[in-house]
Write a protein that binds this ligand. Sequence first.
Ligand code: DON
Length: 586
Amino acid sequence: MLLSHRIVRRTLTDIVAIGAALACMACRQAAADASRARGRADSTWSLVAHPVTAAHAMVASNSTLASGAGVEVLRAGGNAVDAAVATGFALAVTHPEAGNIGGGGYMVIRMADGRTAALDYREIAPLGASRDMFIDSAGHRTRASTVGYLASGVPGSVAGLTAALARYGTLPLSRVMAPAVRLAEKGFVVDSFLASSVRENQELIARFGGRAVFLPHGTPIAVGDRLVQADLARTLRRIASGGSAAFYRGVIARQIADEMSRGAGLITRADLSRYAPVWREPLRGTYRGYTLLTMPPSSSGGVTLLETLNVLEATGPPAPAMSERYLHRVVESLRRAFVDRNTRLGDPAFVANPIDRLTSKEYARALAAAIDSARATPTADFEAAAREGTNTTHYSVVDAHGNAVATTTTLNDLYGSGVYVQGAGFFLNDEMDDFTARPGVPNSFGLVQGASNAIAPGKRMLSAMAPTIVLDSAGQLALVLGSRGGPRIITSVLQVLLGVIDGHLSLGDAMAAPRIHHQAWPDTVWFERHGVAVGTLDSLAAAGYALAPAPFSPGGYVGRVIAVARRGDQYEAVVDPRTSGGAIGY
Ligand code: DON
């Protein structure tokens, strides 16, 4: 309680712009009621989404050039999977902070003929990894899980993208990779997003080989420069002609292993040659008549999303967005789902995941019944949680046949570990930080996780990525979405779904609406500044919640969603107004 009062006091001080409203309780209540009626928090909330519509097909990603690569392949006769693979490789060129061939990801596919698939191309811990490798002699987590050579898991992206193409694509790899090769070889003009991304991360980039490309002459590339990536172009050409083997067993494997030996890293040629993506059944769940196809472990994203939605559904008819009742239910549902996520899930090749139970309606009803309708339940009350003690990019593709692909891929933090494979021209991930360094010790996302997600050689680290395809009650494609933001992936995807399904908002309005975040530990409700009415914050504090403006960088925003919706016989795409990128359709 003391903690919550302290945080709320700070919150009120922060919201100086609407300080006048604090003068009297009645004004505050009136403002809150008015905000609720609008479905928005207060008049200073200013995000606006810019939907793009198209009659036949759509590609939406964090880079307009990469979306263009997907559309080029669609127009050449490719399907949504061909286009997704083209977009994925192009993102590795045009969106180097997160697009990658040195990371990993997940893909959920729904073909128009009803076939569905989930592809897990998450990185794995190298064979030389060990449980306590990121804990120093004093028991503290070291920075080695996020920066430098030890931070990288064995990359899965090339294996994943090529496997998806081989099973569901229609065009040769060299054709779908042609736009990416061209963008790397001929270069492209640096826009303001890329320029500021490199500028803000120049310290990390400067420590490793990427400095020659991104900080030529010691200064960051600038708006209007042409960025040519000759080494990356050669690497992409090798993959385009030699397939995944070129990366995992050929010249590129040797370049990765050589880079690792320069910095005492763990990834060897043996690690690379044994890497394989895993085809899985998508998780299938329902929410108020809609069906969700989403990602099973090794990502926690799908399980946690479905568990939260099930609990919410069991709490009764939807409450008005951002009302006290809405926030209370959303936070309590998230809390319970994140406690389960943090303590029970891990790579299914290593630990048993109780997926059926966690995603069952019966379990959700039991969890919902235990929610106190008037008060917060402290996370510490959950025995398991108490005992246990950025950067990603999503893209959504739909084609003229109705095939749909949701893909989320990541290096984890911006530019991953910073390590740049010299001669090969790409960054390696720092995905090892997603493991539990030690139960009870938070990772860089503040996630406090358990032994199920402990480091072991060859194991996939638990993810929060949640590429999701939603079908309406008639079984028709309704939405293709996903996000970046670590655990905020789950909460931001959730809130867009609630806006569309419960709030009956347009996709644009659901994407622009304010969000909150709660991940069980720390036991704080983070809200986007000006996103929750002051009166509502007060009521929640009185109910026992600790609240604070979201501290997430940049902008204090929760998640960055990319979504495509079907609207009648058209597609509508929205790139989160919190991020860069663009959708292109025809
Ligand atoms: O797999 C995960 O959950 C994280 N590595 C995702 C990281 C992320 O989304 C960073 N983006 N801001």
